[in-house]
Design a protein around this ligand. Structure first.
Ligand SMILES: Nc1nc2c(c(=O)[nH]1)N[C@H]1C(S)=C(S)[C@@H](COP(=O)(O)O)O[C@H]1N2
Ligand SMILES: [Mo]
Length: 236
């Protein structure tokens, strides 16, 4: 789709395209853009299910809790590994490509009920990055921040060290595009999608576990697929 191309300012066009309003932008210009900004912001901020029913296709929904889909070109993208570590790291996309790589094929599932079967991911184990940075004694958790400026997530250190928790830059054999949280996002394969922070900018080792964005709205910290998510609005 459009949103996968690099360097194009397509935040709104992605959403317009998905809503079938591509032509309307040309005709109505700024009014539609402003209206759509409000609507898409409201839908995604308060009800991630709102958009999903409007979007056809592969099963994927493209979520953002902000009013747009942020973008960092791979060439200037940086990932910080920081907090209570021996050596802070600042990694480029090339650095990530140069580290030991892992591939994983898993279903991707959102608590709101949609699921994409057999997604192929490739990247670096989070454990590898934590080992390179050197986790200091007495640490319990890892916190993730998005360069969208709003989204956060967290895992216990034990969860973060699992083999199926990756920092990914490749989805189904292609660089991860803007709409999916590229150039680099988190993949917490055994948990519901909200743990997999998009547009990943920092990985911070912390002494205590801090609740992430959706956890402040009642979602479970432990988001194992198939178990309760702490809310009553998810199907089954
Ligand atoms: N930064 C950021 N990361 C995010 C979200 C988001 O809104 N913003 N949504 C989460 C949720 S609820 C899901 S299900 C997945 C969706 O990933 P996708 O948009 O690539 O389909 O991203 C997760 N990571
Ligand atoms: Mo989700």
């Amino acid at each position: 789709m459009d949103g996968e191309h690099e360097g194009t300012p397509i935040g709104r066009r992605v959403v317009l395209g998905l809503l079938g309003l591509g032509g309307a932008t040309v005709a109505a210009g700024p009014w539609v853009s402003r209206w759509l900004g409000d609507v898409s912001g409201a839908l995604s901020a308060h009800d991630p299910t709102g958009l999903s029913s409007l979007i056809p296709g592969s099963g994927w929904r493209y979520y953002t809790v902000t009013s747009g889909f942020p973008y960092r070109p791979p060439a200037t993208y940086r990932l910080a590994v920081t907090g209570n570590v021996d050596h802070e790291l600042t990694l480029t996309t090339d650095d990530l490509r140069g580290l030991p790589r892992t591939r994983l094929t898993r279903d991707f599932q959102c608590v709101t009920g949609w699921r994409v079967p057999g997604v192929h991911w490739e990247g670096v184990r989070l454990a590898t990055l934590l080992d390179r940075a050197g986790v200091q004694p007495g640490q319990a958790a890892v916190r993730f921040t998005s360069y969208d400026g709003t989204y956060t997530e967290s895992l216990t250190l034990a969860q973060a060290r699992r083999d199926d928790v990756l920092v990914v830059d490749t989805l189904d054999g292609k660089p991860i595009g803007r709409a999916h949280g590229g150039p680099v996002r988190l993949l917490v394969a055994p948990m519901y999608g909200y743990k997999s922070c998009k547009w990943l900018s920092a990985i911070e080792v912390t002494e205590r576990l801090e609740p992430g964005y959706w956890e402040q709205f009642g979602y479970d910290q432990n988001a194992w697929v198939g178990r309760s998510n702490g809310r009553n609005d998810a199907p089954t």
